[in-house]
Design a binder for this molecule. Structure first.
Ligand SMILES: C[S@@+](CC[C@H](N)C(=O)[O-])C[C@H]1O[C@@H](n2cnc3c(N)ncnc32)[C@H](O)[C@@H]1O
Length: 193
């Protein structure tokens, strides 16, 4: 299983944002919406056995984690708006606890932060980091959780926590990429192994 976790530091944690202005009113929700397509979709279909968790740490009711499971996902389309709609529905379930609550098929939501999320995962954690080991030579596990930052990267506290937990820190190359681009590049790297 490939799992991606993307941390949205300002990302809306409840509906109320405009689907026409995800970047502004959604607190860069556009980044997370693009990650849904990059993680889940291939040409004319869904990837098997992939999970994406988007972390919503912005107002009004953080933290929220939204989980996409490609083996059960429905209503996923390549456009950003469709992904944002799935996020909006999940955030609108009104969940306040740590138990995953389903919203639409293949999408669920819990009121947990990054550390609590990682506490509940078994697969080794791989931190995507521009200064990490080059992915070309890295021995990546068959199943892993890959953690990415958003436009703000990671806070110093997150960075310390992630480094302490990570089995590896991996770079996808010398150029700093967008989070969704990282997912696409990494999928391609893993597909070729
Ligand atoms: C837009 S980048 C973050 C840029 C942010 N200004 C910073 O300095 O951290 C978003 C995330 O994608 C991942 N990332 C971007 N480029 C990468 C690369 N070349 N190799 C590995 N991870 C990368 C990192 O996890 C990063 O936190």
């Amino acid at each position: 299983m490939r799992r991606f976790v993307v941390v949205g530091h300002k990302a809306a944690s409840a509906p109320g944002f405009s689907l026409k202005d995800l970047a502004g009113t959604g607190g860069r929700l556009d980044i997370l919406a693009r990650c849904v397509g990059a993680a889940m979709l291939v040409s004319h279909g869904l990837r098997p056995d992939v999970e994406l968790v988007t972390m919503h740490l912005g107002p009004p009711s953080p933290p929220k984690a939204v989980r996409f499971d490609s083996s059960r996902l429905q209503h996923a389309n390549p456009d950003e708006r469709s992904s944002a709609l799935l996020l909006e529905k999940a955030l609108g379930t009104g969940t306040t606890g740590p138990v995953w609550q389903p919203s639409t098929p293949g999408v669920s939501v819990a009121a947990i932060g990054l550390e609590e999320l990682l506490d509940g995962l078994r697969e080794p954690l791989v931190l995507l980091d521009e200064s990490g080991e080059d992915v070309a030579g890295a021995a990546l596990p068959a199943s892993a959780t890959y953690v990415l930052g958003d436009h703000l990267g990671f806070t110093p506290e997150e960075e310390a926590m992630l480094r302490a937990r990570a089995a590896a820190r991996v770079s996808l190359g010398p150029v700093s990429l967008q989070a969704d681009q990282c997912i696409t590049v990494l999928h391609n790297h893993l597909d070729r192994r």
